[in-house]
Write a protein that binds this ligand. Structure first.
Ligand code: DGJ
Length: 717
């Protein structure tokens, strides 16, 4: 999978469908190729052509460095920015040596993709050294046997005798000159991860989060695609960050129209003092090349995230159908009210009841008590244990909401430790949702969270935790750090958070953790390393959810998305959609309810029960199957379709925003079926060949209302 040609000094990294090729030339590590798999790396002769010809500055825009720094006439964006005691930030990295070994190392302090057995991956480490500062940069590349994703990371080690200041660390890849378009996932609260596709032009395009979380606005993912790329064909080059904090992703295009794509920390809110002998571990980036379109990208990323990012006992288990009380009660509940909601859920087959915000301290609204993780016995007499015992006596599991990274100014914790919040002395402590952020860069704060949350989880039979985080950093600085290290706070916070998550999730391995950040404000591969599912969005409106889930699915598998049926008019949009459509859309992820089932009409309750039965029957297909997007709602005026394929089963979900009068039928063409095999959907009386389903498609459109939806389940005979 990884070879080194000694004579030409060429490294060839081969996945099942991609090649990634590097070369050492005049001591410099050069990037030669990333794309469709090549049988051998016998391309030195082609490389010789690079670097020649007329260029005002130098050859390096054509034979690019693997780690961009400012030297030899390169003026573009740098991958590493390191200021040395002489005050300059020049860096001349030269090849020192390399190692190729079986397996993959974990990253110190940071989440990363992993292996279960050494034979399933090979890793190349290359050391580059700057003679002036003594800095050694070790690049790491892991090729996986069973997954077409290349994992890249780097460690920057100060081997000199003076402190250095690191102000940027990016994973960069240069692609040859061609026409490309940029795809990324843009959004906002309640409108997360809509796919945006724009032409690539000369200049610098970047998306960023400076919020201390990956954020609702931009997801840590970026791709370059050929203009002709569709869901089903065309080249895709994608980068995804395994990190949950501030980030930047960019595409820089020079005069020669050749792009450099980068993904890394956000230099606006980051710097790091590197003392002699100390090293800095930069986050991992996942590089995915797909020659077969955007579905090809998803087909590579979904199994990889499911199996080599997510971990723990819940990774492969069917995810429970849950019922959550948030939109049913908000803060206004009693133990009896919760029990009634849970009971009706259990009656129709729900497997987990989740008690959301409001069970602790004196929290009857969102202005107090975060940080005081002590049950409110006025609301819940007998405490968590009494409620959990009642809930579990229904034969279902009990789950709990927490927001451990925060505290309210009106809390015992804040009164005891006002300095534990991220702030700058003398300046305003900006509140958002009337709360402040705990300084997780401090060990004592991490320990407090580990201790208090563990005590809660030990106090009752809790099988699920919804780990929320409802605001971003404004004065994102630690009072405990000296001035020259203040800009380290955001990254130190992430290291602290990862330590907390690692301790708690390993102490409670049977608990299913779901992350949340005002909905989907921290939906990334970093957090998925600890919690295998994320609450996709606070927006549960079916029409909006189609778009949110459609965009999210570009990278993230259905098993990572929480998707719930809520009441109408929808609490976020005021829109009313049919009950069965809300169910059909929620089947696009880990299915649940976010309403009081006791308030449903008998017809809707029957529909809810039927949906639960369907989810249980089909969840292996939907949570573990191959997911393909068929019709993009943004392009087809609100019509959308997606398909799951698992072994002999094929499930197709179709959605239509508006009913158009006097309109002809439209067809949804399926994908990836066996042409000559026969597929049958008994319920709809369809029995035909794969070829017919892929070339004619399923007829749709005869609706009697807006927001109509259909689900087809085929069996390959
Ligand atoms: C934001 C979450 O996204 C909601 O689902 C809910 O848990 C609230 N926080 C509770 O405060």
């Amino acid at each position: 999978m990884i070879s080194f040609q000694e004579q030409e000094k060429i490294f060839h990294l081969q996945g099942n469908t991609y090649s990634y090729i590097l070369c050492v030339k005049d001591g410099m590590l050069m990037h030669m190729y990333w794309g469709k798999k090549l049988p051998s790396a016998d391309i030195g002769c082609l490389f010789a052509l690079h670097g020649e010809g007329a260029s005002f500055d130098s050859a390096f825009s054509r034979a690019p460095m693997e780690v961009f720094t400012q030297e030899k006439g390169y003026y573009g964006q740098r991958a590493i920015n390191l200021v040395n005691p002489a005050g300059d930030d020049l860096l001349s990295l030269r090849y020192k040596g390399h190692r190729i070994f079986a397996g993959k190392k974990a990253l110190t302090g940071l989440p990363s993709s992993y292996i279960e057995d050494e034979t399933e991956a090979e890793t190349l480490e290359i050391d580059l050294r700057d003679a002036f500062t003594g800095v050694v940069v070790t690049l790491s590349y892991t090729v996986f046997r069973d997954f077409d994703v290349l994992a890249r990371s780097m460690v920057i080690l100060n081997k000199g005798d003076a402190p250095l200041t690191l102000t940027d660390a990016q994973t960069a890849v240069h692609l040859p000159r061609a026409e490309y378009e940029i795809i990324h996932l843009k959004g906002a609260w309640a409108r997360e991860r809509h796919m945006q596709r724009i032409p690539m032009t000369q200049g610098n395009f970047s998306i960023k989060s400076r919020r201390g979380a990956s954020g609702h606005e931009n997801n840590p993912f970026i791709a370059l695609v050929s203009p002709s790329t569709t869901e089903f064909s065309g080249d895709v080059f994608a980068m995804t960050h395994v990190y949950s904090g501030s980030f930047s992703a960019s595409v820089e295009v020079g005069i020669d129209s050749a792009p450099t794509m980068m993904m890394g920390l956000c230099s606006d809110v980051f710097s790091w003092k590197l003392e002699p002998g100390c090293s800095f571990q930069a986050p991992e980036a996942l590089l995915t090349y797909a020659p077969d379109g955007l579905n090809g990208l998803s087909h590579r990323m979904h199994p990889f995230i499911r199996k080599r990012i997510c971990r723990g006992v819940w990774r492969d288990r069917p995810r429970p159908v849950l019922i959550n009380n948030w939109e049913a009660t908000y803060f206004d509940f009693t133990a009896d009210k919760l029990f009634d909601i849970a009971k009706r859920g259990a009656d129709i087959g729900c497997e987990l009841f989740v008690m959301d915000d409001g069970w602790f301290g004196k929290r009857n609204t969102d202005n107090c008590s975060l940080g005081d993780w002590v049950v409110n016995e006025e609301k819940l007499p007998g405490g968590l244990k009494a409620l959990a015992d009642r809930i579990t006596s229904l034969g279902i599991m009990m789950g709990l909401w927490v927001e451990p990274e925060m505290f309210s100014p009106d809390s015992d914790l804040y009164r005891a430790h006002p300095d534990w919040c991220l702030h700058v002395e003398g300046r305003e402590r900006t509140q958002a949702r009337q709360q402040l952020i705990l300084d997780l860069s401090r060990k004592e704060v991490q320990d407090y969270i580990i201790g208090s949350i563990s005590a809660v989880l030990r106090s009752a039979s809790i099988s699920y935790v919804k780990w929320d985080m409802n605001r971003n950093m404004m004065e994102g600085f630690s009072a405990a750090l000296p001035a020259e290290r203040k800009m380290e706070t955001q990254h130190r916070y992430m290291l602290g958070l990862y330590r907390v998550l690692s301790e708690i999730t390993s102490a409670f391995p049977e608990v299913l953790f779901e992350s949340c950040s005002g909905g989907g404000g921290r939906f990334d591969c970093g957090i998925l390393c600890y919690m295998p599912q994320t609450w996709t969005s606070d927006d549960t409106d079916a029409s909006e959810r189609v778009r949110i889930q459609y965009g999210t699915s570009l990278i993230y598998p259905a098993s990572s998305m929480g998707a719930h049926v809520s009441a109408v008019p929808n609490h976020q949009t005021g829109r009313t959609t049919p009950f069965h459509t809300r169910c059909n859309v929620a089947m696009g992820g880990n299915f649940g309810f976010e309403l009081d089932l006791n308030k449903l009409s008998p017809e809707d309750l029957a529909c809810a029960k039927q949906a639960v039965d369907t989810v249980k029957k089909l969840r292996a297909v939907m949570q573990q199957g191959e997911y393909s997007r068929l019709i993009d709602p943004a392009k087809q005026n609100g019509r959308s379709a997606w398909q799951y394929t698992h072994q002999n089963q094929v499930v197709v979900c179709i959605y239509q925003d508006y009913n158009v009068p006097n309109m002809s039928i439209w067809y949804v063409k399926l994908t990836g079926l066996e042409e000559s095999a026969v597929y049958e959907d008994r319920e709809h009386g369809i029995r035909t060949t794969g070829a017919a389903l892929m070339n004619i498609g399923l007829p749709c459109g005869l609706a009697h209302q807006d927001h109509e939806s259909w689900v087809y389940c085929f069996e390959k005979l």
